[in-house]
Design a protein around this ligand. Sequence first.
Ligand code: F6P
Length: 498
Amino acid sequence: MAKPDWSAIDALDPPRLAALFAEDEDRVARFSVDVAGLHFDWSKTHLTTAVVEAFAALAKAQDLAGKREALFAGKPVNVTEDRAAEHGAERGEGSEEAVARAAALHARMRALIDAIEGGALGPIRHVLHVGIGGSALGPDLLIDALGRDEDRYDVAIVSNVDGAALEEAFARFDPATTLLVIASKTFTTTETMLNATSVLQWMAEGGVDDPYGKVVALTAAPDKAIAWGVDETRVLPFSESVGGRYSLWSSIGFPAALALGWDAFAELLEGAGEMDRHFRLAALHENAPVLAAFADLFYTQVRHAETRATFAYDERLRLLPSYLQQLEMESNGKGVTVEGAPVGRATAPITWGGVGTDAQHAVFQLLHQGTHLVPVEFVGVIEPGDALADDHHRQLLMNMFAQGAALMQGRANADDPARAYPGDRPSSTILLDMLDPRSLGALIAFYEQRVFVNAVLLGINPFDQFGVELGKEMAKAAEKGGQDFDSSTTDLMRRAFG
Ligand code: F6P
């Protein structure tokens, strides 16, 4: 494929945000989208009709429409691994065959949940889920955001191989009523396998006669799970074509389905499916993931922003920034194109963020007056998640709105530069009517498709992650004594291990 022509984009130079508002009274409507109970507002970014048109031309040159259909049709869009990326099929948007396969695996998952709820594994109150990266961050976000009924299962998601993480769960849980869930797409991840082994030992020491009888495996490598000792009836497979960081919709979502109930899990999938359909069908200039990606690329390519920050103004979404870190940086933190040539452009910005209003009192100084340009994304929910007096929620959202306005407006101070705010700092806002499984599903799917659009326009593959392999290999080789290290690393090891 010919190298994409970025010249029209590189030449873009929209005026300041204040001027954009002054010259267009329909700006808010022009750069807002409503879908699946989510309101997106990009009016406080530098998107203009000209900017959107320039990116739409690039999207056409990069065949975004064709690649989007290839994604949903189950074509091998993950070219370096010659694999499809069929997370869409998990929520009903994919080839007939992939959708049917996902539905059958969901049915198997649901049957096991019914059996557990019916007491087939004895009394279960606690679920200790071990997994890391995409096998932990998604379920953790879902359960933390949506909570659980008092009378459902108490779930701990443990990812770190640091034993302190497991000890925390051990202190909370009773081995006699604990289900061990091992989540690993490959079923080879060393941290997860060691954590699983330690949980089995804790169960045995806690008097459980047959710890293996209380293990469930969530994996795309069912044979490995069976060989490891998990009974076939408690292995919940998912498709190899569902990437780890895109897997919360598959059996990896099992702990969330246990904690929230099956109906909630089904609604999550429906909400994501609704966003997928919007992404497939809406025109580019009113397509939420597409416009978001255009704004992302404007800031990384034209204004050379190196980071992007997401602030969740809702305690229930406090894990969203860390979820997005894996989704965005593992997907698009790439240096070569799908053809293997250097990209020659900045790829994924560093994704970071936090929770409002806490972050205002910690990092917002830099956003308002620092020398780095940081496009900000605010995420808020109109319906409060707490039962306290309205003042709390009102103050929370008012702060979010005021921050976006302050970043944009700035304030001159000719007498005292230290007290001047340059303004013209961009932000986008996502406002959910309410936080429920459906809207959360739509929100996460929005982020997934936005990552995809960014990748297509940059010509990179968002679905592989070879960058994580080298360090893993060196650690494994070092354990076996088969790795030579530099003198600094050797010295550090000697200090730690003697
Ligand atoms: O090391 C990165 C990674 O492969 C992620 O892509 C993945 O989500 C995580 O490790 C866990 O992998 P697995 O599910 O195979 O244990």
